[in-house]
Design a protein around this ligand. Structure first.
Ligand SMILES: [Zn+2]
Length: 306
């Protein structure tokens, strides 16, 4: 057994130590709100409204990693994600394209052609944008519904987990938008991504930033504290986990989502619990338009395979 296999087993077995650095110097940072258990696949939609419902969230006082105390079983999580249906995401299609076109501008500062794999490609909108810019694209997606949406756009989509797929290690670029925080064992997934990349290939990912000013100021009210988010990285912890799996972090910057005013109102009323009637009333007053939404609490990481 090699050392990486040893590490993998230690990480999965020991719940009383930090997933990343194995320190036992942990504290409960955000006690359980016990608002509700995630029992069905609707809670795992990209557009889920399960904000502020979570079990105990712990912080490692050694390395700063924040994570759910009880990490859900990988197999059960995968079954949930396979069943996800998310029509609201399709309603926001136009804004997803705005978001991905903006991201593409940043990607092309580093690389502008080659074989690209989007992990967690969902409905394939990023694949569309990347293909249009000349990349040779494929996607990986667990949700059967989202995979079929992406295939309807003409894309090759592998409907399984990375570890179950027998993909060749020939990708120049791998992307993964707002996915890493959902994995029960992100080190395993990163190791697989590293294997699939060519040496010198780029890996771009986005995730919520628990070290951002907004996250720190809002504390327990930060809306991204929710059961479907298992790991909350900051710049240091995302750098450490990437480095452990053979990447060098080149750059970290803010990641901007475009959203519609309608979607923002829905999110805000859920977060502030204003009730179901408020969205329609507010919508009538302000109309519908696209908003670049960036509170500095979502980061894009550019990494390279060593
Ligand atoms: Zn730690």
């Amino acid at each position: 057994m090699d050392s990486s296999q040893n590490l993998k087993i230690a990480k999965q077995q020991n719940k009383d130590s930090c997933y990343l650095c194995h320190s036992t110097n942990l504290r409960v940072k955000f006690p359980s709100t016990q608002g509700g258990q995630l029992t069905d696949s609707n809670s795992y939609c990209c557009t889920s409204f399960g904000h502020n419902n979570h079990k105990d969230i712990i912080e490692c006082l050694n390395c700063g990693l924040i994570a759910l105390k009880d990490i859900p079983d990988r197999f059960e999580l995968e079954q949930m994600y396979k069943q996800v249906h998310d029509p609201l995401y399709v309603e926001e299609k136009k804004n997803r394209y705005f978001t991905f076109n903006r991201v593409m501008k940043d990607i092309r500062k580093y690389t502008d052609s080659g074989k690209l794999l989007d992990v967690g490609c969902y409905c394939g909108y990023f694949l569309d944008v990347a293909q249009e810019k000349g990349f040779d694209v494929q996607g990986v997606e667990l949700s059967e519904w989202a995979s079929s949406q992406a295939r309807q756009l003409g894309h090759v989509v592998h409907n399984d987990t990375l570890s179950n797929l027998d993909l060749e290690s020939h990708f120049d670029i791998i992307t993964m938008w707002d996915v890493i925080e959902h994995f029960s064992n992100p080190s395993d997934e990163l190791r697989e991504i590293n294997r699939l990349l060519k040496r010198g290939g780029y890996f771009f990912l986005s995730t919520i930033n628990a070290g951002s000013l907004v996250a720190r100021l809002m504390g327990p009210r930060w809306p991204w504290l929710m059961d479907m988010h298992i790991f909350y990285f900051n710049k240091d912890t995302i750098t450490k986990i990437l480095k452990e799996q053979g990447f060098s972090v080149v750059h970290i910057q803010n990641y901007t989502h475009y959203i519609s005013s309608k979607y923002l109102i829905k999110k805000l009323t859920h977060i502030s619990r204003l009730g179901a009637l408020a969205p329609k009333a507010l919508q009538g007053i302000i109309g519908e338009f696209s908003i670049p939404f960036n509170l500095g609490d979502n980061m894009m990481v550019v990494a390279k395979k060593l």
